[in-house]
Design a binder for this molecule. Structure first.
Ligand code: C2E
Ligand code: CA
Ligand code: CA
Length: 392
């Protein structure tokens, strides 16, 4: 189908665009947690035109902001219907740099949030890295503005951009969405599988959650179950659905395989990683004759605020009562205590033997924490093994 800018304007005037919703599921709960809104064009005869046929044309003619602004009230209305029946679900909207360079979309978003039509936590904004990189200062300011309003940003097609890591470091993204090209190849290419899993781990260490899209088979879903990504999306879970069909889908209350192992593993990784980072800074400080550019400030985190602590006193509480889970509280608190002692020893210019003792105490506690986490993880895996489908 050959689409022109005039066709798009006409369709916009005639209200011929609508959103389909592709469900996303949580790897932790196995339930639907939200959906991505994907635009469709419905022709008079009822047939549906996919975005690839008209979004690039709209982009070339600068029509994207018109489309997004016209469609936003529709997104909000669909969201409210879903919320009235199902409560807490999220919806993700795709935007481009063009959208963010015009103040109108931001005004619409703020207005909807202020009126309580949509909770800022439940609206996600997806934007590709290349759009962010090619965008202007205004684009960056708009992104910061959305974050200030409590709206989570998601970096779409992660890994295809020019320097995804640098962008992730520079801008306040809460989530990355791995590009499908790696996910589609996962079962055939161990390099792609490793790349996906390493990206999940790295994002986690930067405090960023991962959504994986393009899950086309049960095999891919299962191979992602323990890797620590938060949510999954793809044809195997569901294709994008018309709004009515999305509601029916939610009503069916389907469940997918779920596991707490991924989150536990991420807590374990963060624990080891953060300790290494801390040691790096302590040693850099000790080595530098003039420590003007180095400071130990900012390293003081309470035991409930570090990545492990947030998991332990948050989602991890599901394991309260497990002997290994309970046993790691003391050594973990001890680690934070040791860190404080190390900082104050450095400030007091204590001698090396005194520092060495403190480092050994830290390491001792760290080993106990790691052992507890490892044992808990193994027990959870063994539990999973004994469930009917796996053990059969
Ligand atoms: P995207 O944002 O990366 O969206 C994901 C695309 O992958 C969707 O295609 C979705 O239907 C498809 N997909 C989902 N699961 C699978 C799977 O398991 N395998 C495969 N091969 N594909 C899967 P769709 O709906 O055709 O959208 C294509 C692109 O058009 C989107 O890519 C996005 O860049 C753009 N787009 C869609 N809706 C909007 C919109 O409302 N605004 C803007 N600006 N762009 C949009
Ligand atoms: Ca997207
Ligand atoms: Ca994508």
């Amino acid at each position: 189908m050959h689409v022109t800018a005039a066709d798009i304007r006409r369709a916009l005037g005639g209200g011929e665009f609508l959103f389909y919703y592709q469900p996303k599921t949580s790897f932790l709960s196995g339930q639907v947690c939200g959906a991505e809104a994907l635009i469709r064009w419905q022709l008079d005869d009822g047939s549906i035109v996919e975005p690839d046929a008209f979004i690039p044309v709209a982009e070339r003619h600068g029509l994207i902001p018109d489309i997004t602004q016209a469609m936003f009230p529709r997104l909000v209305a669909d969201f409210q219907r879903t919320r009235s029946e199902f409560g807490e679900t999220t919806v993700a909207l795709n935007v481009t740099a063009q959208d963010l360079d015009t103040p109108r979309l931001l005004a619409l978003v703020h207005e909807a949030v202020q009126r309580g039509q949509i909770d800022s936590r439940h609206l996600e904004i997806e934007i590709t890295e290349s759009a962010v990189v090619s965008g202007s200062d205004a684009t960056t300011r708009s992104l910061a503005d959305l974050v200030t309003a409590g709206i989570p940003l998601s970096m779409d097609d992660y890994g295809t951009g020019f320097s995804s890591l640098a962008t992730l470091n520079r801008l306040p993204f809460a989530t990355i969405k791995m590009d499908q090209s790696f996910v589609l190849k996962m079962l055939r290419s161990s390099k792609s599988a490793n790349l996906v899993k390493a990206s999940v781990a790295m994002a986690q260490m930067m405090g960023v959650k991962t959504v994986i899209e393009g899950i086309e088979s049960e095999g891919v879903y299962n191979s992602l179950l323990h890797c620590g990504c938060a949510e999954g999306q793809g044809y195997w879970i569901s294709p994008p659905l018309a709004p009515e069909d999305y509601l029916l889908f939610l009503r069916s209350e389907r469940r997918w395989p779920a596991s707490p192992v991924g989150m536990l593993r991420m807590a374990r990784l963060s624990h080891t990683w953060q300790q290494s980072l801390l040691m790096d800074e302590v040693f850099a400080f000790l080595r530098s004759e003039s420590s003007a550019d180095l400071t130990l400030q900012g390293l003081h985190t309470g035991h409930t605020e570090c990545a492990l602590g947030r998991w332990y006193y948050g989602a991890g509480q599901a394991f309260a009562g497990d002997p290994d889970f309970d046993a790691l509280a003391d050594p973990h608190r001890g680690m934070h205590q040791s860190c404080e002692e190390i900082f104050s020893a450095i400030e007091k210019r204590s001698d090396r033997p005194a520092l060495r003792k403190l480092l050994e105490a830290l390491s001792e506690n760290s080993t106990r924490v790691a052992t507890c986490l490892q044992r808990l993880e193994t027990r959870l895996l063994v539990d999973e093994l004994s469930r009917p489908r796996l053990g059969a």
